[in-house]
Design a protein around this ligand. Structure first.
Ligand code: ZN
Length: 390
């Protein structure tokens, strides 16, 4: 190996260490060198070097000393408050744009809409342009300089693959809409995109400090009222396994809303997804039957059936159930689920899963987009200009 090659390799390994220390701080801050070395699986001298470089880059700052009864009090390090992630929830037509600091605290946000001036014409060109304009306007109004933003994360509905997404639950036969490249070209920053429900699950697991825990298998079923149409509900899902959300071959895995309902009284239009027994269509059809209590029972039954299936499909350690669209149904569905889990435990001599409801609903997707950005930074640190020593 030539001297030049050796130097390049050395520089790259320092870059990777800086990225890993930064990511470790994002889950536990402030922290001592010793704690960071353990969590990031690096030696103490390496962490010391990384911290000194991250301080030089303005991404990390001293946070005093840890109070302990005996011996020298070790120095604490935390994340800078002058750098940000941009998180976008492109729910269509709803849009949320948010700025988080490096500790994932919400700094500024706005809610708006996209594509409200009529039909989506030429959506693969018009939507990225409209999003870029809204983000520019937001950063301008909030006086946030692009230089202080490390990267952009976007949550989108539908299938996500290689920088494109296809919002099939929003539009009929939608094309692949590019996002990564247009945003990267417009802002000169690294961009990650993810399915919105996947990002919500990441945010929930982060809130519970479960992202760094080994062996977590989490399943998430989300029912959300649509803001675009009255009496309409969107149902989504996500599965977290082996440190990542499961994507499937074409990025459509775990769209639980488009799985089948086991009923024979079907008289409904086929959903955009193609499934003639689609759960989301069934639920919305029932919701159309105004003031009909039996219809609400039918919905509760369909959701309970689905949750039982999910427990057998994935054998999760954690089941996150979001019934935001049906607040009056929460007790009924959760009680039924508890009964089932108890019976299953007796029959199979097994434990779990733990069943929980999520904490934040409104901003979870945008926050999850920042978490995905952190993960990308640890995987591809060379893409993040803020990490490189000039
Ligand atoms: Zn469907």
């Amino acid at each position: 190996m030539s001297n030049r090659e050796r130097a390049l390799k050395h520089n790259h390994s320092q870059l990777v260490s800086r990225a890993n220390v930064l990511r470790s701080l994002s889950t536990h801050t402030p922290a001592t060198i010793k704690q960071l070395a353990r969590r990031a699986k690096l030696s103490k001298p390496t962490v010391t070097k990384s911290i000194s470089q991250l301080k030089e880059l303005g991404l990390v700052s001293s946070k005093g000393h840890r109070d302990q009864p005996k011996g020298r009090k070790p120095a604490l390090y935390g994340l800078s408050e002058e750098h940000y992630w941009l998180g976008v929830d492109l729910e269509i037509p709803d849009l949320r744009i948010a700025v988080y600091d490096l500790s994932k605290r919400l700094v500024k946000s706005k809610t708006d809409f996209v594509g409200m001036d009529g039909e989506f014409k030429d959506v693969e060109n018009s939507l990225p342009v409209e999003l870029i304009e809204q983000v520019e306007e937001f950063l301008d109004n909030q006086k946030i300089s692009l230089d202080s933003v490390l990267g952009i994360g976007v949550g989108v509905p539908g299938m996500v693959k290689r920088g494109y997404f296809r919002p099939f639950s929003r539009l009929k036969n939608p094309p692949d809409i590019p996002l990564t490249e247009p945003l990267r070209d417009a802002f000169g920053l690294p961009v990650v995109i993810g399915n919105d429900v996947d990002l919500e699950l990441l945010a929930e697991l982060d809130r519970r400090n479960l992202l760094e825990e080994p062996g977590v298998v989490a399943v998430y079923l989300a029912t959300r009222p649509s803001k675009a149409a009255d009496h309409s509900v969107r149902i989504g899902g996500s599965v977290y396994h082996k440190d990542d959300t499961l994507q499937g071959a074409i990025g459509s895995a775990n769209e639980f809303g488009h799985t089948s309902v086991a009923r024979t009284d079907f008289d409904q239009d086929t959903c955009n997804c193609g499934n003639p027994k689609c759960l989301e269509t069934f639920v919305n059809r029932k919701l159309g039957e105004q003031n009909n209590e039996p219809a609400m029972d039918d919905i509760a039954e369909a959701l309970s059936d689905k949750l039982r299936d999910l427990i057998f499909f994935y054998n999760p350690s954690l089941l996150v159930v979001d019934l935001l669209a049906f607040p009056r149904m929460v007790k009924l569905v959760m009680d039924e689920l508890d009964d089932f889990i108890e019976l299953r435990q007796e029959q199979l001599s097994t434990n779990g899963p733990e069943v929980v409801t999520p904490g934040d609903s409104e901003m979870a997707c945008a926050r999850g987009a920042c978490i995905k950005s952190y993960r990308n930074l640890a995987l591809n640190p060379e893409k993040y200009a803020h990490l490189s020593l000039h």
